[in-house]
Design a protein around this ligand. Structure first.
Ligand SMILES: Cc1cc2nc3c(=O)[nH]c(=O)nc-3n(C[C@H](O)[C@H](O)[C@H](O)COP(=O)(O)O)c2cc1C
Length: 99
């Protein structure tokens, strides 16, 4: 199990001081971990359904570390099939807007 977190004291803040790139940078890293695992033949499951504060406490992480997600690594059951979401498609008009 991978725990993906970023250091809140070491993040890029965009001009205007309203937003920082902590979550998006950690998410990019997590995505690459998933892709690298797949390249090596290892399956994964992105997990966000947990309490990050509870986990940080259990792991005794310092205050500045913010957990973004967990990534399970392993080998999928051979009988596993992709979820219906892989092929179900919403109409483009429901997800895309020209402005
Ligand atoms: C942002 C995000 C959060 C997710 N959180 C969970 C989670 O907490 N628990 C879980 O079982 N799957 C979670 N998933 C789904 C799995 O990672 C995986 O995408 C899903 O089981 C579908 O597998 P498949 O893409 O191989 O069909 C999450 C997916 C995403 C993109």
């Amino acid at each position: 199990m991978l725990v993906v977190a970023f250091d809140k004291d070491n993040i890029y803040t965009y001009p205007g001081d309203k937003y920082d790139s902590g979550v998006e940078d950690a998410t990019i890293v997590a995505t690459h971990m998933v892709l690298a695992a797949a390249y090596e033949g290892v399956d994964s499951c992105w997990i966000n359904f947990f309490d990050p504060d509870e986990l940080a406490k259990a792991l005794d992480l310092p205050e500045n570390e913010q957990i973004v997600c967990l990534i399970d690594l392993g080998y999928a059951n051979g009988d596993g099939k992709p979820l219906a979401n892989h092929t179900n498609r919403k109409d483009l008009s429901e997800t895309f807007k020209f402005i």
